[in-house]
Structure formats: structure tokens, C-alpha cells
Design a protein around this ligand. Structure first.
Ligand code: ADP
Ligand code: MG
Length: 403
């Protein structure tokens, strides 16, 4: 087990806490504050321990100077303040002397949030290239580093990996919960185990497919993934989203041969058209026209997938059944989620869009676990480890920590 926060002596220490405050924003408004809520347990624990809490997080993608005006963490600090009922100070400056002075003046239990770590990517990508000087500067601000941003744990950045090279480090409650839950349900899943995968690009999911296929009893496919498999079987998928790569097609053919009994592919679809945006039809999968575009799965597919789902003890869902962002193509995903909701099986949902779909379609409280990790969750399930967690030492290797 990795060094856990609650096993360290943190009383009155200066703690650098990496949170995941990469929340969805619209015109500066927070659309979903789940990630902020998820950080509260760790922050409250640090307050109880009278720590001086210095919070780091990234927000959005910062590629150019203008991006900074959209992605300040200041609104997040205000929301955190409301949720905690306690002042959260905010620092726009990363300058060594000013920041050190400000931290010196903090009282036990005070919270200081620093501006978006990725602002330091302009111009030299100090954060995302895991710059050693930046990492050691941040480390110099605190006695202990707490990594509590699971969704960023697959990134080799200064604020996720760099700091832990310089000061004693541990994982916070939110990372610990995520690791334990994914391990508990998916490492050795209770059988029969069904994986449902949809979504966009098959290339993004090939490694995960290769990891999960030997472990699962059924793999039910939909979305762009299924289109690519259908293409490998020489079905006409018209103008649908599907792989163009010959080597991927070869790979899929091999998977189809090896795992024929486990794989299930759509029997029907709701299609749009490449040239008429009002065109919507129901089609059997062997009737797709050259100008038609598969957008969602149909009822026959749902009926077929139901048999595997009903016989399962564990179900993992990643990716949506269709282009669920458009109302007319959200039915497959909605119906699938309704079906999963009725099962007594363990149901785990992982992936950024998949969890958003669950929330937006009204199923937030209906499943065993919604993994908050997005890409990190998929990488953890595929590789079994994450670089920022690897960087933290094992519990038994740290004796009495004199921090
Ligand atoms: P996650 O982020 O959960 O890993 P993905 O990003 O792989 O999931 O899948 C969700 C995306 O896949 C959505 O943007 C959705 O519009 C898209 N998608 C699903 N089915 C189709 C389809 N048939 N054609 C085009 N896009 C699709
Ligand atoms: Mg996605």
C-alpha cells in the first residue's frame, strides 16, 4: 500500500496538496462541482490537523497567453470557500519571495490556493514538462506533499510527480478511495464479468480492450468502436466514424478470431446522413447506405445485450452507445443505463464522457461506482499503475517520518 496521509504525522505541518479542480466551466460558471466536493474530506482532515494548506491544481488546457483569461482558479477558490464555510485565500503570484512570505504568515488551518499550475506552461511548459526547478521550488514551500488528484495521476507533471522527489509524500483520501475501489471491483471481478465499451475512436481503447478481454466473459461493443469492428468484418459502415488504419483493422480481425465467443456487435442502428442534417432513420446493420452515418444503437441490439447484462455479477461501462450529446441519438445510452440501473450486479462506470453521460441523463446515484479519473482510470485499468502514484513510496518503506 502506498503511503497514506492518515499514517503520517501532519500536525501543524505545511502541506502542499495537489487537488483535481479541473471542473467543467461555462462562461466562468462551474457546471459540475463534484470534483470540489470530492476534495473536502482531505481538506477537512488537514484543517483538523492544524496544517497550513497550500493547494495546487490545473484547470483546462493552457496553450497560449489568451487561455489564461478563461481558466483562473479564482472562481474555484470561492466555491471551495462556500463549501467549507471557511476562508480560502488565493494567490495569483508564483514568485518565490512573495509566496514564501505569505505562507510564513499563514495560521494553522489556513488555506491558500495558488493560481492554475498550467499558467506556468507559458512560455516554457514548466509544469507539463515536469521542470526540476519548478518542482523543487514548490517543494520548498512545504513539509509534506499530498497527492489527491487521481484524474491527473497519469501525467508526469511538476505538480503531480515532480514535487514528490523532494519532500515526504503520500496519497490523500480521494486517490486512496479511487485506487481501492477500482482494485476491489475490477482487479479480480466477480464473475460473470461483462464489459460494455462504446465511444469514439477505437485506437484510444485498443490497449484497454486487450487488457479486459482475457478477464471478461462478454465484451459488448457500440459507437465508433463497434463501427471499426464491423468494418473489419467487411460490413458497409457508410460515412460512420471508424478507423482508417490498416494495421488497426488487422488487429481487430485478430481480436475477432481469438475472442469470437465473447464479443457482441450491434444488430441495428439509428443513422444520420453525410449531407442532410435532418435525416434520421432506423437501419439493420447490414443495410447501412454509403451516405449514412451510424449514430446510435437500436432496440434489437439492446435486447441482445440484455441477455449478457442480466447474467452478470460485475459490469464495467466505458464509452457511450452513440452520439449522446444530441438528443435524437441519446436513446441507446439512456436505455442501456436504465437497464443497468435495474441490475443487482456491481456496475462501475469509468471515462470522462461516460460519467458525464450518466450525470446528464439523470443516473448519478444509480450505480455502484462512478470513477472520477477519466483518462487516468482507463490507464490504471490498462497498465495497473500510474506514474504519480508510482512516485510515492510504499508505506512499509517509510519508517518514522520526521517531517
Ligand atoms: P470516455 O470519455 O468515457 O472514455 P469516449 O470519449 O470514448 O468515452 O466516448 C464518448 C464520445 O463518443 C462522445 O463524444 C460521443 O459523441 C462519441 N460517440 C459515441 N458513439 C458515436 C458514433 N456512433 N459516432 C460518433 N461519435 C460517437
Ligand atoms: Mg472522452
Amino acid at each position: 500500500m502506498k503511503q497514506r496521509m492518515e499514517k503520517m504525522n501532519l500536525k501543524e505541518k505545511r502541506v502542499l496538496l495537489r487537488c483535481d479542480f479541473n471542473v467543467p466551466l461555462y462562461k466562468g460558471m462551474i457546471l459540475d462541482d463534484t470534483k470540489i466536493m470530492n476534495s473536502l474530506e482531505t481538506i477537512r482532515y488537514l484543517i483538523q490537523n492544524q496544517c497550513k494548506i497550500i493547494i495546487l491544481s490545473h484547470l483546462g488546457k493552457i496553450k497560449k497567453e489568451e487561455d489564461k483569461s478563461y481558466y483562473s482558479l479564482e472562481p474555484i477558490s470561492r466555491r471551495l470557500q462556500e463549501l467549507l464555510g471557511k476562508e480560502v485565500y488565493f494567490s495569483r503570484t508564483f514568485l518565490n519571495s512573495e509566496l514564501s512570505k505569505r505562507i510564513e504568515m499563514m495560521l494553522p488551518g489556513d488555506i491558500l490556493m495558488l493560481e492554475n499550475t498550467r499558467f506556468l506552461d507559458i512560455p516554457n511548459q514548466l509544469e507539463t514538462k515536469c521542470d526540476a526547478q519548478l518542482s523543487s521550488f514548490w517543494a520548498s514551500l512545504a513539509d509534506v506533499f499530498v497527492m489527491d488528484a487521481f484524474a491527473s495521476a497519469h501525467r508526469n507533471h511538476a505538480s503531480t510527480v515532480g514535487i514528490s522527489k523532494y519532500i515526504p509524500s503520500c496519497i490523500g483520501f480521494s486517490v486512496s478511495r479511487e485506487l481501492l475501489t477500482l482494485d476491489r471491483f475490477l482487479k479480480e471481478p466477480e464473475l460473470p464479468f461483462t464489459v460494455i465499451m462504446g465511444g469514439a475512436k477505437v485506437e484510444d481503447k485498443l490497449d484497454l480492450i486487450h487488457t479486459l478481454l482475457p478477464k471478461c466473459d462478454h465484451l459488448l461493443l457500440a459507437g465508433g468502436l463497434a463501427n471499426s469492428f464491423l468494418k473489419a468484418l467487411n460490413f458497409n459502415v457508410g460515412g460512420s466514424l471508424a478507423t482508417e488504419s490498416i494495421s488497426t483493422i488487422e488487429n481487430l480481425k485478430q481480436i475477432l478470431l481469438t475472442y469470437r465467443e465473447k464479443l457482441m456487435l450491434p444488430l441495428d442502428a439509428i443513422v444520420g446522413s453525410t449531407y442532410d442534417e435532418n435525416y434520421t432513420r432506423y437501419k439493420r446493420i447490414n443495410e447501412i447506405g454509403d451516405n449514412e452515418v451510424i449514430m446510435d444503437i437500436g432496440n434489437l441490439t439492446l435486447e441482445k445485450y440484455k441477455t449478457a447484462i442480466q447474467s452478470s455479477k460485475t459490469i464495467f461501462l466505458n464509452g457511450t452507445m452513440g452520439k449522446y450529446e444530441e438528443n435524437r441519438y441519446s436513446n441507446g445510452t439512456k436505455e442501456l443505463l436504465s437497464l443497468l440501473k435495474k441490475q443487482s450486479a456491481i456496475v462501475v462506470v469509468g471515462g470522462g464522457d461516460s460519467v458525464s453521460a450518466v450525470k446528464n441523463l439523470g443516473f448519478s446515484n444509480d450505480f455502484t461506482y462512478l470513477s472520477v479519473g477519466g483518462g487516468a482510470t482507463l490507464e490504471y485499468l490498462t497498465k495497473g499503475h500510474l506514474i504519480a502514484i508510482d512516485a510515492i513510496r510504499e508505506e512499509e518503506k517509510i519508517e518514522i517520518l520526521d517531517v
